[in-house]
Ligand binder design. Structure first.
Ligand SMILES: O=c1ccn([C@@H]2O[C@H](COP(=O)(O)OP(=O)(O)O[C@H]3O[C@H](CO)[C@@H](O)[C@H](O)[C@H]3O)[C@@H](O)[C@H]2O)c(=O)[nH]1
Length: 463
C-alpha cells in the first residue's frame, strides 16, 4: 500500500495540525495509509500522550509509530526549543529504523516532516523518498524564515541590538523586539539552530502550510515569486489549511455554563498548550476582568516554577483561592467561569455565547478563531507569537493589541480596556467584521473546488 509518513515535532501546537493533515489526506485520498512517527518526551509538551490515545481510538486510518523516548537532563538546556532539537537529533537512528521497517512492508510515497525535524531529511533522501515540510505556523512566518538567511548575511548585528524596523518581502515592517525569540541574539545556540532549520526549508520537495490563500496573499505572493529565497529556487508551496481539530464530544462543564450565557456575550481567555503567567499577572487579569463587567471564560494554569529543574515539567493543579484576588470567584460567579488548565477550545470558540478571544497568537488558536469567526485580542508570550501579533494587527486586521507596560506587566486597566473594546467598542466591531469575512473564506477554501482542496489535489497528482 502507498504510505505517507508524517513526522511532527513534540508539542500539541505542532502535533495536532500534523494529525489533521493526515486525517485530511486520508479522508480525500483513502488509498494512502498514514503513519505518524511520534516522540512523546518525558518533559512537558502539553497533554500529548492523551491526545495520541484519543486519535488512535477514534481514527483507525492513522497509525502511530512511537519512537523510543531518550531521557535528557533539562538542566543542561537553555530553552524548551533546545531540548526538543536535541531529542530530534538523537532520535535520527530510531527514525531511520522506523522508515526502513515501514518501507519493508509498504511503499513510502512521501515523508512529511515538521520544520523542527530537519535532521531526518537526509534519511528519506537515502531511500529515495521525497521530503516535504509541513509548516505549522502561517505563510507570513514562513516568508520570514525563508528570508532569515538573507537577513543574517546582510548584517553582523544581533536583531536585539538593531534600532530599525526589519523589512522582509511580503511582510509589514517588524520591530526587532517582535521578531521570533530565537532570532534575537545571533551568538545564542537557539539562533544557530533555527538559522540551520531555515536554510533546510528550500531544499525540500515542497512546503505544505497550514493556511489558506486569501488569508495571507502578500506573503504567499512574495514566497511564490521567489523573493524570500533570493539566491536559489523556492520549492512548490501548498496551502492546505485551515487544518484544525474538530470540536470534540461537547461534554465539558464550561460548555454547559456557556449554554446559559447570552449570544456573543462572553470573552474567552486561553494561552495555548504551554502559556503560563506569574501570580502577579494572574491577579491583574482577574482585576481587569472584574472591572470590565464583561462575561468571561478563563483558562488558568499555575505560574512557572522558580526551580530550574522543574521548568519543563507539567505545572501542578492551580490553587485558585491562592492565585486569584480574595473573593474574586464569589464576586464574579454570575458572569464568569474559571477553568483549570485546559478547555475544549474548538468547541468553546464555536459556541454561540463566545464573542471574543484573548489569545497568545499560537497559529492553531488563530486559525481556530478564524474558522469560528471570533475576533481576538493579541497577547503574545513566546516563540513566533509577537511576530504573529504584528501581522495579525497590521496586515490581517484581525486583532486588537494588548500592550505591556515597561516592566513587562499587563495592567488590570489595560485588560479592562481591551476586553471592553473587543466586546463593546467600535474597535471590536471592525475586527469582528473582518473575522466574519475570513470565516466565510476559510469555509470556501476547504470546500469542493476551494483553494486548499485544489492544493491537496495538486500535491497528490505530483506523487
Ligand atoms: O486549554 C486549551 C489550550 C489549548 N488547546 C488547543 O491546543 C492547541 C494549541 O495550539 P497553538 O494555539 O498553536 O499554541 P501552542 O501550543 O503554543 O503552539 C506552538 O506551535 C504553534 C504552531 O507552530 C505556534 O504558532 C506557537 O507559537 C507555539 O507555541 C490548539 O489547537 C488549542 O485548541 C485546547 O484545546 N485547550
Amino acid at each position: 500500500m502507498a504510505t505517507i509518513v508524517l513526522y511532527p515535532s513534540p508539542g500539541m501546537g505542532h502535533l495536532i495540525s500534523m494529525v489533521e493533515l493526515g486525517k485530511h489526506i486520508s479522508k480525500h485520498h483513502p488509498s494512502f495509509s498514514i503513519v505518524v512517527l511520534t516522540l512523546i518526551p518525558s518533559f512537558n509538551t502539553g497533554t500529548t500522550a492523551a491526545y495520541v490515545r484519543h486519535i488512535s481510538a477514534t481514527f483507525p486510518a492513522i497509525t502511530f509509530h512511537h519512537l523510543p523516548d531518550i531521557p535528557l537532563d533539562p538542566l543542561l538546556f537553555p530553552s524548551m526549543e533546545a531540548i526538543i532539537f536535541e531529542l530530534i537529533r538523537l532520535s535520527n537512528p530510531n527514525v531511520d529504523r522506523a522508515l526502513q521497517s515501514i518501507s519493508s512492508s509498504s511503499n513510502i510515497t512521501a515523508f512529511v516532516i515538521d520544520t523542527f525535524c530537519s535532521p531526518a531529511m537526509s534519511l528519506a533522501e537515502n531511500i529515495n523518498v521525497p521530503v516535504y515540510y509541513f509548516f505549522t505556523s502561517g505563510a507570513c512566518c514562513l516568508a520570514l524564515l525563508l528570508y532569515m538567511p538573507t537577513i543574517h548575511k546582510t548584517t553582523t548585528k544581533s536583531i536585539k541590538d538593531m534600532n530599525t524596523l526589519i523589512h522582509s518581502p511580503g511582510l509589514p515592517p517588524i520591530p526587532p523586539s517582535d521578531m521570533p525569540g530565537p532570532f534575537l541574539d545571533r551568538t545564542s545556540t537557539d539562533y544557530s539552530d533555527f538559522l540551520g532549520k531555515c536554510e533546510q526549508l528550500p531544499k525540500s520537495a515542497g512546503i505544505i502550510i497550514n493556511t489558506f490563500d486569501s488569508l495571507e496573499p502578500k506573503a504567499l505572493k512574495a514566497i511564490n515569486d521567489g523573493f524570500c529565497v533570493p539566491d536559489g529556487p523556492t520549492p512548490p508551496i501548498y496551502c492546505m489549511g485551515p487544518l484544525i481539530a474538530s470540536g470534540g464530544d461537547g461534554s465539558h462543564e464550561c460548555l454547559n455554563w456557556l449554554d446559559l450565557q447570552p449570544s456573543g456575550s462572553a470573552v474567552y481567555l486561553c494561552f495555548g498548550s504551554l502559556g503560563v503567567f506569574s501570580s502577579e499577572q494572574l491577579k491583574e487579569i482577574a482585576k481587569g476582568l472584574e472591572m470590565s463587567g464583561v462575561r468571561f471564560l478563563w483558562v488558568v494554569r499555575s505560574p512557572p516554577s522558580n526551580k530550574k529543574e522543574d521548568r519543563f515539567l507539567p505545572p501542578p493543579e492551580p490553587d485558585l483561592d491562592v492565585l486569584l484576588p480574595e473573593g474574586f470567584l464569589e464576586r464574579t460567579k454570575d458572569r464568569g467561569l474559571v477553568v483549570k488548565k485546559w478547555a475544549p477550545q474548538v468547541a468553546v470558540l464555536n459556541h454561540k455565547s463566545v464573542g471574543g478571544f484573548v489569545t497568545h497568537c499560537g497559529w492553531n488558536s488563530v486559525l481556530e478563531a478564524v474558522c469560528a469567526g471570533v475576533p481576538m485580542v493579541a497577547w503574545p508570550l513566546y516563540a513566533e507569537q509577537k511576530f504573529n501579533k504584528v501581522v495579525l494587527r497590521d496586515e490581517m486586521k484581525l486583532v486588537l493589541p494588548m500592550d505591556e507596560s515597561e516592566d513587562g506587566l499587563v495592567t488590570a486597566m489595560e485588560v479592562e480596556k481591551r476586553v471592553r473594546q473587543l466586546m463593546e467598542g467600535e474597535e471590536g466591531k471592525v475586527v469582528r467584521e473582518v473575522a466574519k469575512a475570513r470565516k466565510e473564506e476559510a469555509t470556501m477554501a476547504v470546500s469542493d473546488g476551494g483553494s486548499s482542496r485544489m492544493a491537496l489535489s495538486k500535491l497528490i497528482a505530483s506523487w
